[in-house]
Design a binder for this molecule. Structure first.
Ligand SMILES: Cc1cc2nc3c(=O)[nH]c(=O)nc-3n(C[C@H](O)[C@H](O)[C@H](O)COP(=O)(O)OP(=O)(O)OC[C@H]3O[C@@H](n4cnc5c(N)ncnc54)[C@H](O)[C@@H]3O)c2cc1C
Length: 568
């Protein structure tokens, strides 16, 4: 990847804060446009392949067969609340004690501080948002109106999908727009049966295969990135040496590096944005070396803030100046407010009979899903918005406790595969509210002298109603799908555990009610852009990262054209 990572040049055309999913995209697009770009990353360097130490280990190679020790779990209740945190992946997760924050209300803040950010450990689900998601807030009168519509983003979805490589089926649903897909993964026999039964019972509910950022059939542009076909190993969270799934480390960053325009500085904690009152614009950023604690200022014509939603809020709140005494761009006092997330509290388990002569074979990095069917065309329930549903069916590998008999018979029984299980999980939209907010602690600071973030984000009555509806509707759908022993439950997950936090620096049409314009520029400082989750006025029911990518590519395109016109 060249030797530009440690160069001590201080002036660039563009600065990108953060090297995760959105920062990687900002870097790629800026470098493709010929801008000398500096990516500042607070975490350590992680090089594709070389720095995936557990990627080729078998379970028996780990001291605890990939399980975490009780001590490690006890020390990390926040990180451990994430299903993907284990002995094989822990190196890519922030440990609780290393980076504390203050929970005014319970909130699991899951982070990955390293080059690549959470792109190494995400679940790679990449559904486009639909026109209903962008029109929703205005139609149902909550949050603020999006300054863009699906049509504004559609070409940019295509742009990022082609490059990242998204596998998916063209399902032709207006609630889940099709994209530029590579070959889809197949549903298994039990899932297909549920799919057909639900289709024949309901006119508005469709089970489809989840679209995901995996190379089922790499195209030329993926081979050019040095990536190869997904091997369906399903140990993606350790980093993939094949580049089978999309990460900044395997895709956008090495691509940007090849242009010769990229400098990456790991271990660089961005402290604040520098605002020059005479020039009436931002001129750069202050950076603290993670190890020496030495402060350096870097300058650039444009700055992209991509530190991930809550860290972007933190950085901007910490960027005070004579012009912005309450945080960067914060003339209306809304910075840090209207934080939203996805409601993950509903689960339903069941069994399905009739497939005992079949077994599912091999692995799949995705699962079936159902796009939202609540309040899609009009407001029709006593709660706002709705939820999407994740599904999967699989056969237990052994008969376990269900085995019958004694002695040799019992042993033989144990070797037989068990029953088919179905699981269902909701992903509910939450309504952005002013009181769901983050701010800087007035006294407590981190090891770099930066105030700790306080999170005050909670569920509300709407979320309880959404949960109740899912548990009821989901159970009915599983029954219609031929399932038995249906067990719906509230898993009690805390906000934040979805790892889809959004808002705090929202886009909008009106500077009185939003911070960013339709191209993600601050209304009051046009050379600073925010294109991670912080910019989102509402959350949709779909996973957000593909939308972050598309919004980022669109914003870079605008930034470069404005720069050429000398407008910023
Ligand atoms: C287990 C798991 C499963 C997930 N599954 C999905 C999924 O299926 N689909 C989906 O859409 N999303 C998923 N996500 C969420 C997804 O990972 C995030 O939406 C995405 O990574 C956000 O991109 P980002 O660029 O905003 O942030 P990140 O990828 O987190 O990158 C931010 C980077 O900024 C750096 N940084 C922070 N503060 C500073 C600072 N002050 N100075 C310098 N650098 C800084 C961080 O170290 C980090 O590297 C999942 C996440 C996890 C953990």
């Amino acid at each position: 990847m060249g030797n530009t990572r440690n160069e001590q040049k201080l002036s660039f055309d563009a600065i990108v804060v953060g090297s995760g999913i959105s920062g990687g995209w900002a870097a790629k697009e800026l470098c493709d446009h010929g801008l000398k770009t500096l990516v500042l990353e607070r975490g350590r360097d992680v090089r594709h392949i070389k720095d995936y130490p557990t990627t080729n280990l078998n379970p028996w190679d780990f001291p605890h067969r990939t399980s975490l020790t009780t001590a490690l779990k006890k020390e990390n209740p926040i990180a451990d609340s994430c299903y993907a945190f284990d002995e094989a992946t822990q190196q890519f997760f922030v440990k609780d004690k290393e980076h504390p924050y203050v929970q005014d209300k319970p909130f699991d803040w899951i982070r990955g501080y390293q080059v690549g950010g959470k792109s190494l450990i995400w679940a790679r689900q990449t559904q486009r948002w639909s026109k209903y998601d962008f029109e929703g807030p205005a139609r149902d009168n909550f949050a603020i109106d999006w300054p863009i519509r699906y049509e504004d983003l559609a070409p940019w979805y295509s742009h990022v999908e082609r490059f990242a490589g998204i596998s998916g089926n063209r399902d032709g649903l207006d609630t889940l727009p099709d994209g530029e897909f590579l070959q889809p993964w197949e549903l298994n026999c039990a899932e297909k049966s549920i799919q057909e039964k639900i289709k024949s019972r309901y006119t508005d509910r469709y089970v489809v295969q989840g679209r995901c950022a995996h190379l089922t059939k790499p195209a030329a542009v993926h081979l050019e990135q040095g990536r190869g076909q997904c091997q369906a190993r399903n140990i993606c969270y350790r980093g993939c040496p094949f580049g089978g799934y999309f990460s900044s480390n395997s895709s956008t960053l090495p691509w940007a590096m090849k242009t010769g325009n990229l400098t990456i500085r790991p271990d660089a904690v961005v402290h604040s944005i520098v605002f020059d009152e005479a020039k009436n614009k931002a001129t750069g950023v202050r950076v603290i070396d993670a190890h020496t604690k030495e402060m350096t200022e870097y300058t650039a014509n444009i700055i992209f803030v991509n530190a991930a939603c809550l860290n972007t809020n933190l950085l901007l709140l910490n960027s005070t100046s004579g012009r912005f005494p309450h945080g960067f761009g914060n003339d209306n006092g809304l910075l840090g407010k209207y934080i939203a997330f996805h409601n993950y509290r509903g689960n339903i388990n069941a069994v399905i009979e009739g497939f005992e002569d079949k077994i599912d074979y091999g692995r799949r990095p995705t699962a079936a899903m159902m796009p939202n069917f609540r309040n899609v065309h009009k407001q029709e329930t006593d709660f706002l918005r709705g939820y999407m549903v994740h599904y999967s069916a699989s056969r237990a590998r052994w008969n376990g406790v269900h085995a019958e008999g004694i002695g040799a018979d019992y042993k033989t029984q144990l070797t037989e595969p068990g029953s088919w299980h179905v699981s269902m999980m909701m992903q509910g939209e939450t309504i952005p509210k002013e009181k769901n907010q983050v701010w800087l602690h007035s006294e407590k600071k981190d090891d770099w002298g930066i105030p700790l973030l306080v999170t005050s984000v909670d569920y509300d009555e709407n979320d309880e109603k959404v949960l109740k509806d899912f548990l009821q509707q989901g159970s009915e759908m599983l029954e219609a799908g031929g399932c038995k022993e249906i067990r719906p439950y509230d898993n009690g997950r805390k906000p934040g555990n979805d790892i889809h936090e959004m808002g705090g620096v929202r886009m909008g049409k009106d500077p009185k009610t939003s911070l960013l314009n339709k191209f993600n520029q601050f209304h009051n400082c046009k050379n600073v852009f925010v294109t991670d989750g912080a910019c989102m006025p509402s959350t949709s029911t779909q996973n957000p990262s593909l939308t972050f990518m598309a919004i980022t590519a669109r914003a870079v395109d605008h930034a470069v054209s404005e720069l050429k016109k000398m407008n910023i």
